[in-house]
Design a protein around this ligand. Sequence first.
Ligand code: CS2
Length: 485
Amino acid sequence: MRLSDATLRLLPAAVAASSYDRSAVRPGIVHLGVGGFHRAHQAVFTDDCLRAGARDWGITAASLRSTATRDALAPQDGLYTLALRENDHQALRVVGAIGRILVAPEDPLALIAAMAEPAVRIVSLTITEKGYGAHVASGDLNLSDAGIQHDLMNPENPQSALGLIAAALRRRRAAGVPPFTLLSCDNLAGNGHVLGRVLGQFASSLDAGFGRFVADTVACPSCMVDRIVPATTDADRAMIAGHLGLQDAWPVMAEPFFQWVIEDRFPSGRPEWERSGVEFTADVAPHEAMKLRLLNGAHTSIAAFGRVAGFATVAEAMANPVVRSFVQAYWRQVGPTIAPGIDAEAYARRLVVRFDNAALNHKCAQIATDTSLKVPQRIVAPLRDLRAAGRPADLPIFALAVWVRSCLGRDEAGRDLVLADPPLQAWAARPDLQAAPEAVARAFCGLGAVFGDLGPSLVPALTAALASIREHGVLAAANLHLNRT
Ligand code: CS2
């Protein structure tokens, strides 16, 4: 039997289920990108509000690409299980905040109509770095993005997040309905700022008046989101079915820790997310910098070590003494780039415990997707600040070298390393393992979208790190480097 509204009453008492009348909930949020992260984060805190009696903040969710989540969750009335796991502890809960799930490519007009509903006051997004049609380094609209090109030509039948949002905003404007607040929940520095900027540029390219309307009336608060959410496996599905006594086609696994710090700019209102411990602030930037530079920067480094040296998961890599020392030294070096007033040391101490959580089974390969779009805000940004302050910056450079090494086709045991990074996959002149370290360093440092104007100055240090990795292997090279500095 399947998890659904009809079978909720069969759940064992140990599973915290939604007890409210879901049929009385009206959608107030449309969420784009209904992956595991949204379902373990924003949807859960919204579910807390619904459990506390709110009725205007249900979520209509949409996938911008695949039908998989809709196919899994529609037969379950949008219900799914969240398993919070930490070593040998686990807590289960069924989340009911998501009602309808739409699939944009199947019916873009249905999604536009859902966003145009006057009762919808927030459109939130987890569409990953590449979903914004932005140059991540500059934050400008990327006019060579295929989805953006298509939507500027076909604004009535859009495919991209920006095109869909713009179509809904045009419809609201024509009907005299105030715009929704746009809430980016992706790991971009100044995510709301980036979204507002590319949307404004997109809207102005369609029509200058609409561009001004977007710039003047659409609020795009920034926020910092944090919770580690590994991809669900079949073993997880079997484990959850065992606990529920019901089948759940797509449960979500996550760590207990979470943080969500939001700039409080919601002209049309918002759920009382603070009841779950969500923080509201006037300035998110220092929180974002802490999280992107310490958690995500270390994640990207660990994933690169893992891929090259053959560690499958973050916890496995962290159990290696060299990786562990490297990560801790990296935090000490990068920490001073975080604004004073934020306790970067306490956050880093907590990160060790979070990364050691063996129950998560968080795969290096999952983190290593789209890395060329992640490196600028995670590693290059603190490197730039360290340089500007005249401080040592060798560890971010070494981390970049490990990432570059992980893009050369094979790991140190000679196994194929598949790249899941569209811009790098499309790079015809991408060097491979045969190329000399200096040629590799020069080629990568020439990627302006990744390194900005910093690239040329990094060539010597990157060459030296790549040469040492080639000579000694990545772990021994890191160890030598740590002992030298
Ligand atoms: C990870 C993030 O996949 C990745 O790139 O670094 O998804 C990370 O787990 C989250 O940002 C944690 O909040």
